[in-house]
Ligand binder design. Structure first.
Ligand code: GLN
Length: 319
């Protein structure tokens, strides 16, 4: 086993869980009205090692929407199908140093990276116009959902229609980003922007649990092979690229501090999810809706920071 004393490890994780539970800072996102309905009390952590050891504590089977945690997954699909040269002729690899939904492009007039809204809308346009142009919208939805299901080892990935509708209703900024990118000729030919926006909102509104997400994180930790089904889903070079961008850009404008303090690839989402990947060891998913100023889950960030204080998982711990 990669974690020989799993029982001992889990004991420490449990202590960290309870420590974070008492932290009541932050505010549940309300710019998408349906997200405001989640309880600030909810707090769950699930772990899956690359050799399939599992542990969960707290609210690990309450469904929530993926939101930005879908971004590394759609990016991975694009890389798997198109390769890094094509994908990165449309989107950069640089942290934006701004909010996740900031109306800004880089000096090449491309979105800064695939982990913020502009970059993820762009990634969706690549799946839409380059990978599966022949598919109907319904088929594209199924196509992405199927990837997510396989990544989670066949776990039930759902869809929250109320969140989708609410998100689409309250999407002035995302539409602004979409049109701004069209003005700057960011998309591949034959892109139907209205369909791309719906597709992006649908990816954000896929619904899942901590348990399922920990398997997805573990698939990334395991170089693209799902640890529970042993299915090879992404090539290792794809996962390397995804983890590199998560490392530098995964937690919005906290990414630099996160890379410094935690030293691991992660991705946060506005529904309070935090996906943490410990390469070659395990995937962890923490979920708690209250967010800090920058849009990261307060308990999620605290959990990651406490974890590397106790264990030497930081990329540069073993020097
Ligand atoms: N669906 C959200 C949005 O587009 C995703 C953003 C996030 O999770 N930070 O605004």
């Amino acid at each position: 086993f990669v974690i020989p004393d799993f029982v001992g490890f889990v004991k420490d994780v449990e202590d960290i869980y309870w420590k974070c539970k008492s932290n009541t800072d932050g505010k549940v996102a309300d710019y998408i009205p349906q997200l405001a309905r989640y309880s600030p009390e909810s707090w769950g952590v699930s772990i899956c090692t690359i050799d399939g050891q599992r542990y969960s504590i707290g609210d690990v089977d309450i469904p929530f929407t993926l939101q930005s945690c879908s971004k590394p997954l759609t990016y991975a699909i694009a890389l798997e199908k198109l390769g890094p040269n094509v994908v990165h002729s449309y989107v950069g690899q640089e942290p934006s140093g701004r909010n996740f939904n900031e109306l800004v492009l880089d000096y090449n007039n491309k979105p800064h990276n695939p982990m913020i809204n502009a970059g993820a809308i762009l990634t969706c346009s690549l799946i839409h116009a380059l990978i599966k142009p022949e598919m109907t919208m319904a088929e594209k939805f199924d196509y992405v959902m199927n990837w997510f299901k396989r990544l989670s080892g066949g776990d039930n990935i759902g869809f929250n229609n109320a969140v989708f509708l609410s998100e689409r209703e309250a999407a002035d900024r995302n539409y602004a980003l979409g049109f701004y990118m069209r003005e700057n000729k960011c998309y591949p030919k034959r892109t139907n922007l209205k369909e791309v926006m719906d597709f992006y909102f649908q990816c954000c509104s896929m619904e899942t649990t901590c348990e399922a997400m920990s398997v997805i994180a573990a698939t990334l930790a395991n170089g693209g092979i799902c640890p529970t089904t042993e299915e090879k889903i992404f090539r290792p070079e794809v996962v390397r690229d995804v983890l590199s961008i998560m490392h530098s850009c995964g937690t919005y404008d906290y990414s630099g501090q996160f890379a410094f303090k935690v030293g691991l690839p992660a991705k946060s989402g506005v529904s309070g999810g935090m996906m943490l990947v410990i390469p070659n060891v395990m995937g962890i998913f923490a979920w708690s809706p209250p967010l800090d100023q920058l849009g990261n889950s307060v308990r999620g960030v605290q959990f990651c920071e406490e974890l590397v204080n106790v264990f030497n998982f930081h990329r540069y711990d073993n020097l």
